[in-house]
Design a protein around this ligand. Structure first.
Ligand SMILES: [Zn+2]
Length: 663
């Protein structure tokens, strides 16, 4: 419920995808006015409930305390979440600003609830021993959050907490806005700088009237260029531009964010922000996080050394003087080796992954597996390209979702699942949106996707299904996931279907309707493990950076110096001068010290996936069991319990270690 609950909701929004096109929709000021009237009416309703709860007399009951609190949280969390989405996707800057204002106001109210002694005392005074498990769990989570909110502090301290919480919302918005609005670009010397790129990319990047070819840092331009362009010089230039986004403005924003979070953690009785945020995760402490990071580094080392040697050997064929691998080579060199050693060229799969086919394939596949159906709604959302669907299980409507899948100006640049409204049984239908930057859409047909983008789509859909399936409890706090480091488990598992031949054969066909060839999929699978350790080590380095920015007093931290130190220790690539990774590492805001979540979830996902491997990936029986024992319970159970229910035992690292060894 508390600020942290909202933080969690926001944090789930960031993941991989792709970027650019102009926002061509103009919005009249009436839309802004209507929006403001709507959220202000909801706010007024919430304030009424808050007042009613704070003035409650006599011993409370489930009906007089928990029900109104549930209503209150429903309005506040929906207010924060839907405003967060609009601030990130709306084509009109005036609407994005209005949404940021709403987000701030609802977040403030969320803080007020967390600091309300009368509500805390009313909940703490309830006897729920005779209530059902879901009610007892709701109270447990509410009291846990109250213990962490500062409700027991004196008035002066609570006022400072209130100020810090409010300021932090603004700081996070500023951090994200600076990244979203800073699109960088490089100019090519001529068409020869497009050598190596796919033909459709070359066709759409011919010189303009001024004779200039511009490549921007938006994903649909950036990633293909980094993967295929032969020009070392331009790739290096583009990567540098990519790592300069939001520089220098976010240096100061980040310092303020770290400083305020540290102060807040101290006021709440924790030595650092990392101690505060890890406490309620499966991992529990910053020390355990550090241990996990080091354990992964050890596990990945043999494969990493082997891969790095191969990359360097290949690079020396291009540049005999080469002594190390630069970060601008991290997509290009593995692609070269994959092509030469595994005979797999990632461009070969693109004709089979037209955007519409992938979307329809994903819907059909998940429909078969999870026993659900989808209905497309002919409504209009915030942009004409956004599609709206309903999710059904038999005659039960389980949720509504939006697909906002193609880039435009001012839109969120990454890929992510945004929760819009947490579901509450019989009260509020769960709603969510997938926001990505894939090729395709109205101006760009047919939008051939890379396999990595197909994976991203499946990944975000895993988040979506979990959000919609879990949103049917009586109490709002049970919708979602209890521990944030379990969040990436369903999404990581969903990616696996994009590697499976039988699954691919249900949708991946080229323009002539021919299915993706089996031998092509075999070559793709064979190349999968190559450079996997490199990717893991990169994730480990990002986890270590995020942890180390938050596990100490920020007074002692110069983020650039600390970043270099941590990079030197963990990153497989050398530090690149004149860059500012921390300025555009968007997770430093939403995930803060918890970037390790991806790897932690991956370890668990690998273990859970063994059930699908045994039972068959298209076996609806296993998928239904997964839906019922892992996706639907939401925060009713801890991650440990969800795993135990599905596997019949505790999770272990074994499956992941065996997987990483690759033999
Ligand atoms: Zn994710």
């Amino acid at each position: 419920m508390l600020r942290h609950f909202a933080l969690m909701a926001l944090a789930m929004t960031v993941f991989y995808c792709a970027g650019p096109r102009t926002g061509d929709r103009t919005v009249d000021s009436q839309e802004v006015t209507t929006y403001q009237e709507t959220w202000k009416a909801e706010l007024a309703e919430a304030q009424d409930i808050l007042e009613q709860l704070e003035t409650l007399e006599g011993p409370g009951t489930v009906e007089t305390v928990l029900e109104p609190l549930n209503d209150l949280l429903m309005i506040v969390i929906t207010g924060v979440s839907s405003a967060n989405l609009q601030a990130n996707v709306h084509p009109d800057p005036a609407m994005r600003s209005a949404a940021e204002e709403a987000q701030q106001v609802f977040s403030n109210l969320n803080t007020d609830i967390g600091l309300s002694r009368p509500i805390y005392e009313a909940v703490a005074g309830l006897d729920v021993s005779g209530e059902t498990a879901d009610t007892r769990r709701f109270v447990e989570l509410i009291l846990r959050d109250y213990r962490r909110s500062g409700v027991d502090k004196d008035e002066e301290t609570r006022e400072r907490i209130r100020q810090l919480q409010e300021e932090l919302v603004g700081i996070s918005q500023e951090f994200g806005r600076n990244i979203r609005e800073d699109v960088r670009s490089i100019q090519l010397a001529g068409t020869e700088d497009l050598d190596g790129l796919p033909q459709d990319y070359i066709d759409t990047h011919q010189p303009g009237e001024d004779g200039v070819i511009t490549i921007t840092t938006d994903y649909p331009e950036f990633y293909p260029y980094m993967t295929y362009a032969h020009s070392e010089l331009r790739r290096k230039g583009l990567y540098q531009a990519f790592l300069q986004r939001a520089y220098p403005q976010n240096l100061d924003v980040l310092d303020r964010m770290m400083d305020r979070r540290y102060e807040l953690a101290n006021l709440l009785g924790y030595p650092t922000w990392a101690d505060f945020v890890t406490e309620i995760q499966m991992i529990r402490t910053p020390q355990a996080t550090q241990t996990f990071v080091d354990q992964l580094t050890e596990a990945a080392r043999p494969a990493l050394e082997r891969d790095m040697a191969l990359l360097l050997e290949r690079l020396k064929q291009i540049d005999p003087q080469a002594a190390s691998i630069g970060i601008w080579q991290r997509y290009y060199l593995p692609e070269l080796i994959s092509r030469e050693t595994y005979d797999f060229d990632s461009q070969e799969t693109r004709p089979y992954f037209a955007y519409d086919k992938v979307r329809d394939g994903l819907l059909t596949l998940t429909s078969r597996m999870f026993g659900v159906t989808y209905t497309r709604l002919e409504e209009t959302a915030w942009h004409p390209s956004v599609e709206i669907y309903q999710l059904w299980s038999g005659d039960d409507l389980l949720g509504k979702f939006y697909l906002d899948m193609h880039p435009r100006e001012g839109k969120f640049k990454h890929g992510g699942m945004f929760r819009i409204a947490p579901g509450v049984d019989a009260r509020q239908l769960p709603q969510a949106a997938i926001v990505c930057n894939f090729p395709g859409g109205e101006n760009d047909q047919p939008g051939f996707m890379g396999h990595n983008q197909v994976r991203t789509f499946f990944h975000e859909f895993g988040h979506l299904l979990q959000t919609l399936f879990s949103g049917h409890h009586r109490w709002i706090s049970l919708s979602g996931i209890a521990e944030f480091d379990f969040v990436e488990v369903p999404s990581t598992i969903m990616e696996e279907w994009t590697w499976d031949l039988a699954s691919l054969h249900t949708f991946a066909t080229n323009a002539d309707g021919e299915p993706i060839p089996e031998e092509l999929v075999s070559r793709m699978q064979a190349s999968r493990m190559f450079a996997y350790a490199l990717w893991i080590q990169r994730q480990v380095a990002l986890s270590a950076i995020a942890l180390n920015f938050y596990n100490r007093d920020p007074l002692d931290v110069n983020t650039t110096t600390l970043l270099k130190e941590v990079q030197d220790r963990y990153n497989p690539y050398l530090y690149m001068d004149d860059t500012c990774l921390q300025c555009n590492f968007s997770h430093l805001s939403g995930y803060s010290a918890l970037y390790y979540t991806y790897m932690w979830s991956m370890v668990i996902a690998r273990d859970l996936f063994s059930e699908f491997e045994k039972g068959g990936l298209l076996n609806p029986e296993v998928a239904m069991r997964f839906r019922e024992s892992v996706l639907e319970p939401g925060a009713l159970k801890s991650g440990t319990e969800l795993v135990r229910d599905f596997l019949g035992r505790d999770y272990s690292f074994k499956a992941f270690e065996v997987w990483l060894k690759g033999d």
